[in-house]
Ligand binder design. Structure first.
Ligand SMILES: [Mn+2]
Length: 482
């Protein structure tokens, strides 16, 4: 008894060892099956961490000659499991989803599946033999490990020489799930292990700088306007306003007829940019926090073309997110496994379209005050007339980083099918209390006949339209109770 207790609470170093050992077992198991002719399907989620983790697992297996395919789906539910089963693969490897449905997966696939994940699961489920979950190895799956770093551990177990390049995608996944919560926006825990691998192989440089997108590629005003986290009212998405403000400040934006980039500015000039941005942050009391979010560790992929967004790890993850949200997860996977031609150019135009949708939704929100209701610490955005279901996660993420919402819990709702509402919730970056959002959303949704769950900082739910107010009331109550 004593021995087994000790085994469940090992120190951090042995955690990593235990994870790699478990990953090696699974790798051996899969290679054995493959030698007997097994066809493997990697099933993953459509967000950035989902697409990177699925691609990591896919690439690592394909490089070993395994007959493997990859599929990205927006939700894993019973219907989806049934469809997967009907496709009769010999083994199913789930990344970034599945932790909450282990019983159902066992029923459908018996022993013929494994789950690589970081979503929190009840204690009892953590010991499921087919689950490889960050929480089981002492990592906080909310900030220290994502599915991409879990998949990276699996890839390294398959071949630590050939797959070291996949550390880059592990970083993309961690940033996509906004796990850069260490000092100066550093990655920590298992994510840091992947980062160190990537840095030591010369694939990534991690430096401290302004976090605006397109630092090396876009005119300064565009970089400022293209930045959505933190979301800055009046600047994010507003190129003309950014140009006007920066010009007024006296910054030299052009040199010899060519636009300068942020990367070319001196430190004093960068300081000036920060001052201009401060002017747009209302005096709601969180301005300092927003400004802090503009500085931090920048992760640059040194072998990517400086003229594409893939050069910056955060931008890379935005490209993947846009692909997933716009129903073109396939483009995201193609980019992850190396396509820098047609998939990339399609993804970039998709991203422009995605951002314009996002801008429209945010503008409506700004113009129509009655679309937002405040109840205690919770702000409910009633988006059923103007936010598409698939955009709810993006909208709630942006709002949680904005000045107006960042000390609140944001609840964004949109229509889902005929009779349901989709809710996406985020804890604002400066939220004063402690809430496990995944738990709150799950419990509240189940009380009204819906489904919900997720992470402590980001979660979602689908509930019957008729019971929407009851659901919101339950969330507000649980948040107030702490
Ligand atoms: Mn994830």
């Amino acid at each position: 008894m004593v021995a087994s207790e000790a085994a469940t609470t090992p120190d951090r170093l042995s955690d990593q060892g235990a994870l790699f050992e478990r990953a090696r077992d699974e790798a051996r198991h899969l290679l054995d099956l493959s030698r007997k002719g097994a066809r493997v399907l990697v099933v993953t989620h459509i967000d950035a961490d989902g697409l990177s983790s699925g691609s990591i697992a896919f690439s690592a297996l394909a490089r070993k000659g395994v007959a493997v395919s990859v599929r990205a789906i927006p939700d894993l539910d019973l219907k989806a499991i049934e469809r997967l089963r009907a496709d009769k693969f010999d083994f199913y490897l789930f990344t970034d989803l599945g932790s909450g449905l282990l019983g159902e997966l066992s029923k459908a696939f018996g022993e013929r599946f494994a789950v690589l994940d970081h979503h929190q699961v009840p204690e009892a489920d953590l010991r499921h033999p087919r689950l490889i979950n960050a929480w089981n190895f002492g990592y906080d799956g909310g900030v220290e490990a994502c599915s991409s770093t879990m998949a990276y551990a699996f890839a390294m177990a398959l071949d630590d020489w050939e797959n070291a390049d996949l550390s880059q995608l592990a970083i993309v996944g961690a940033l996509g799930d906004r796990q850069d919560k260490g000092e100066g926006r550093m990655l920590t825990g298992l994510n840091k292990v992947a980062l160190d691998d990537a840095v030591s192989r010369g694939l990534v440089s991690a430096t401290n700088d302004l976090l605006f997108f397109g630092r090396e590629t876009r005119p300064v005003h565009e970089a400022v306007a293209m930045s959505y986290t933190p979301f800055i009212q009046g600047l994010s998405g507003a190129k003309d306003a950014a140009l006007a403000a920066l010009t007024t400040s006296g910054l030299r934006l052009k040199e010899g007829g060519r636009w300068r980039t942020l990367g070319e500015l001196s430190n004093e000039e960068k300081q000036k940019v920060v001052e201009v941005v401060s002017g747009f942050i209302a005096s709601a009391g969180h301005g300092a926090d927003v400004l802090k979010d503009l500085l931090g560790t920048v992760y640059t992929f040194v072998f990517e073309d400086p003229l594409t967004p893939l050069r910056d790890a955060r931008e890379f993850s935005s490209v993947l997110n846009a692909c997933g949200r716009m129903d073109r997860a396939d483009l995201g996977v193609s980019i992850c496994i190396g396509d820098r031609e047609s998939a990339l150019s399609s993804a970039l135009s998709l991203m422009a379209e995605y951002r314009s949708k996002l801008n429209k939704a945010l503008q409506r929100l700004q113009q129509e005050e009655d679309k937002v209701a405040t109840q205690g610490n919770v702000m409910v955005v009633m988006g059923e007339e103007f936010i598409e279901e698939r955009m709810t996660g993006s909208v709630s993420s942006l709002l949680a980083s904005s000045d107006r919402f960042r000390d609140k819990l944001v609840l964004v709702r949109a229509r889902s099918g005929e009779s349901d509402l989709k809710f996406s919730s985020r804890i604002g970056d400066s939220f004063p209390g402690k809430v496990n959002l995944g738990e709150v959303m799950r419990a509240a949704a189940e009380s009204v006949g819906g489904v919900g769950g997720g992470h402590s900082m980001a979660a979602g739910a689908k509930v019957p339209f008729a019971r929407r107010d009851e659901f919101t009331r339950l969330v507000v109550e649980r948040v107030a109770a702490g």
